[in-house]
Structures are given as C-alpha cells and as structure tokens.
Design a protein around this ligand. Structure first.
Ligand SMILES: Nc1nc2c(ncn2[C@@H]2O[C@H](COP(=O)(O)OP(=O)(O)OP(=O)(O)O)[C@@H](O)[C@H]2O)c(=O)[nH]1
Ligand SMILES: [Mg+2]
Length: 448
C-alpha cells in the first residue's frame, strides 16, 4: 500500500482570499517542517501561524496558517497537514512547489479520498458521496449526497446483505439436517424470507431512475412552433440571456443546453429550434436535432402562445410525445385573461414573470415525482455501478429460489446467496478490487 507523502491544492487556482494545500502520508509532518519554519506537530488539530519558505532557496513565500493531524485521526487516515495560504495564482502554487521540493509528490485526482477508502475511513459509497457533494448544483443533490455520506445508503445495503446472510443461515440448517421431517425450518418461512429480500432489492433498484436523474440533472426539452417564445422561456428559467430572442420565426437553429435548478432539483434545460416544415437546410437540421432531444427527454415543455387554438400539427405533435409533458401557454401578457388557461396548462409571461414559479414546481414534480413527494427520508441509488450490482444480487436471489424449486441440493442452491452477498459488498466497497477503485476515482478532482 502506498503511503508516500502527497501534496495538492484542495481549492481551485484563481483569485481568492485564501487557498488550502493538503499534505498526507507517512512523513507528512517532516515534509511540512521543511517549509513551515515555525512548525510544531502537537497539539494536533490546532491552527498555528508560520512563515512558509522554500526549503532550499529559503525565500519567504507566505505567512500561513496550518493544522496538523495524526494517523489515523485524519481524513485520509494518515498523518496530514492542511495549510491555509493566501489565495491567488502565485502564492498557493509556490507553497505547493516548496512542499514538492521538500519531498512531497503531487497527488493524483481523488488520491486523498482514495487513501481514506483504503484506510477504512470511508466506504466506497461515502467516497462517491464526497464527489457528488462537490458536483452538487441543486439542493436536492446536496441532501442526497449528505445522506449517502452519513452512510444512509451503506446502512441500507448493509441491511440487505444481513438479510441474505440470515437466509443463508436458515438454509444451512436444512443442509445440516436433511433427513429431519421437512427440516427444522418450515419451508414457508424460507419462502417468505426469499420474497422479503427480493422485494427489498427491487424497491432499492426502483430508486435508480430518479436517483441517476438526480445526479445528472433531468433532461427538460422546450419544444414548440417557431416564435412560440421558447428561447424567452429558456432564458427566464435560467435567469440569464443565454439564447438569442427575436421576433423572427426560426431564430434558434441549434439545440442549446444549460443547467438550471427548478424546485430545488437539477435540470439540464434544452432550447430547441421551432418545429415546422422548412425549406432551409440549416433549419431542417436544427429541427432534426430537436427531435433527437425530444426522444431522450425526461420532461417535454411544450410552448404555444396563450389565447389561440392549437394547430393540427401541434396536436399531432402532442399526441406523439411519450415523456411526461408540461403544456405551457406563453406571452400571457398579450392574451385576454379569460382565454388564457385551459385544463392543466401553465400560463406564463416572461414579461411579467407570471406562471414561472408554477412551471418550475410542475417540472420538479414531473421529473422527480417520488423524491419531490416523499422528501429525502429514504436512501436512493444514484449510479449505474450501484444499479448493476443490485441487479446482480437480485438475479442471484432469484437463481437461489429457482434452484430450490427445482430441487437442487441445498449447498448448490446456496452458492447463489454467496454471490448475492458478494455483489452487495461490491457496492459498499467492503473488499474493493483495484479496477473498481480506478473507475470510482477517475472523475475526482485533484486535492480531494
Ligand atoms: N410580450 C411578450 N412577448 C414575448 C414573450 N415571450 C416571448 N415573447 C416575444 O416573442 C418573440 C419570439 O420569442 P422567442 O423566445 O425568440 O421564440 P422562440 O420560440 O424561441 O422562436 P424560434 O427560435 O424562432 O423558434 C420575441 O419577439 C419575444 O420577445 C412574453 O412572455 N411576452
Ligand atoms: Mg428560439
């Protein structure tokens, strides 16, 4: 296991008041001592001031604040030093350079958290939660990440693992005492236990749709005829003039994507080219792109001006939409109020701001129905990695049930349960293979 001393900036380079440089590994304190002239390791976890100098040139680089940690009581589980320097481009980079000159190696992306996992400070789900928290742009993402960091998901999957182990214990009686009448454990009891595990696994797998959408942002595609006010609505939902708006129909030629938060949930909002028969080659391509996005949409926001009847084309389009749909009537400020709303339409005006809050709420409800309805009490799975492993576990439990039904020998059937336990352990990261670690930490930032 690698425990050499690593150092990296934990804050992004750029103009800022402060920056944080982290040092970790066995020998981290000695490395820091060569740079921080007034370094003292103890007392641990106490902030102290020291000049930071280059170890060979002896040039003064900064007046820094530092905190020491002793293994295993640190984020990585190793000896650590965290140095707060002044911010900006130069000072943090020079302090980091000094630490390298003093014997530290530049950390690779995610290496601090990876060491935390290897040293048992975090399980794999918690490490992923750290990355999710850093990437969070919407409050719902933060809540899910914090719940996962607090071992909410680990505990749930640990509970499932426990359930499978108990099932294994139940059937092991049968294996040990096969000739007893019906075995010491009534078969119904085993059947019930199998059903309970299967349904608990299915329930958790059922959270994957919204869970993965929560991590990635729901794809909300704005569609409608040219000039319907799509780009105006797109800009209003973003709160910035991102897309070009003109009175000329066919203004938007290409799909434009931007992240937006609606009702506390993350969305990837797409403005598209207006849908119509067009002789213009560029516009036609734009329309084809619109249709591709529509096919992938989690929610479709259909726009038509308030106060007019929908055309046959529009009605045909609406009939063909498969994703959840919000029907929006735009430019409410121009329409007569009595004719504005119909059925479940949301009437909006980007001029007055009318209806925008209602539209945001509706989008959150449609794209995150369960999450928006039930709050955050239940853990959910947010990655393909989790879903794959849980599906494997479910398949093995089903395999176990079938093997029993077909009268396989108990020990043979039980191998399925072993495999199910292994799949669940994979998700939590009880024993983690090197390639799984590589995959999980590939997307991390340096310094985390
Ligand atoms: N008064 C009023 N005008 C609006 C409103 N929304 C859009 N408009 C106007 O309607 C015209 C078309 O708006 P866009 O947002 O460019 O329409 P679009 O659907 O993106 O059009 P294409 O890109 O051509 O498909 C512009 O002149 C906007 O200023 C609104 O709420 N009130
Ligand atoms: Mg447009």
């Amino acid at each position: 296991m690698l425990t050499d001393v690593i150092a990296a900036l934990a804050t992004p380079p750029g103009r800022s008041g402060l920056a944080l440089v982290r040092v970790s590994g066995s020998g981290a304190h000695e490395v820091a001592r060569r740079v921080l002239t007034r370094f003292r390791a103890e007392p641990w976890r106490t902030a102290r001031l020291s000049p930071a100098v280059h170890p060979t040139r002896r040039e003064l680089l900064d007046e820094a604040l530092y905190v020491t940690y002793r293994a295993p009581a640190s984020y990585t589980g190793e000896d650590m030093v965290e140095i707060s320097t002044h911010g900006g481009l130069l000072v943090p980079a020079e302090v980091l350079g000094a630490l390298h000159a003093a014997g530290a190696r530049q950390a690779v992306a995610g290496e601090f958290t990876r060491r935390a996992v290897v040293n048992g400070k975090l399980d794999l789900l918690q490490a992923e939660a750290v990355a999710d928290l850093i990437d969070a742009t919407a409050p719902a993402q933060r809540r899910a990440a914090l719940g996962q960091l607090d071992r909410g998901l680990s505990a749930r999957i640990g509970g499932l693992r426990e359930q499978v182990l108990q099932l294994e214990a139940l059937v092991s009686y049968e294996i040990d005492f096969p000739e007893e009448d019906g075995g010491p454990v009534p078969p119904e009891r085993i059947a019930e236990a199998i059903a309970a595990v299967e349904s608990a696994l299915s329930r958790l797998i059922g959270t994957a749709g919204e869970g993965e959408r929560l991590r990635e942002g729901a794809l909300a595609v704005i569609a409608g005829r040219p000039n319907a006010g799509k780009s105006s609505l797109f800009n209003a939902l973003l709160g910035s003039e991102r897309a070009i708006v003109t009175h000329v129909p066919g203004t938007t030629r290409d799909a434009i994507e931007a992240p937006a938060t609606c009702g506390g949930f993350p969305f990837r909002l797409i403005d598209t080219a207006g849908l119509r028969e067009s002789g213009d080659a560029v516009e036609r391509i734009g329309i084809e792109v619109s249709l591709r996005y529509l096919a992938a949409a989690d929610v479709v926001i259909f726009c038509a001006e308030a106060g007019r009847a929908l055309t046959e084309e529009e009605q045909g389009f609406l009939a063909g939409v498969e994703a959840p749909l919000v029907r929006v009537r735009t430019k409410a400020d121009l329409a007569e109020p009595s004719r504005a709303a119909q059925g479940d339409e949301v009437v909006v005006s980007v001029q007055t701001g009318e209806g925008l809050a209602a539209l945001r709420a509706r989008l959150a409800e449609l794209a995150f129905t369960t999450l928006a309805g039930r709050g955050d009490v239940e853990p959910l799975i947010t990655r393909e990695r989790h879903r794959d492993a849980l599906e494997r576990a479910l398949l093995e439990v089903r395999g176990f049930r079938c093997a029993r039904d077909e009268g396989f020998e108990g020990a043979v059937a039980a191998t399925h349960l072993r495999a199910a336990v292994a799949a669940l352990e994979d998700v939590i990261g009880v024993v983690t293979a090197e390639d799984v670690l590589e995959l999980v930490f590939a997307t991390f930032c340096v310094g985390k």
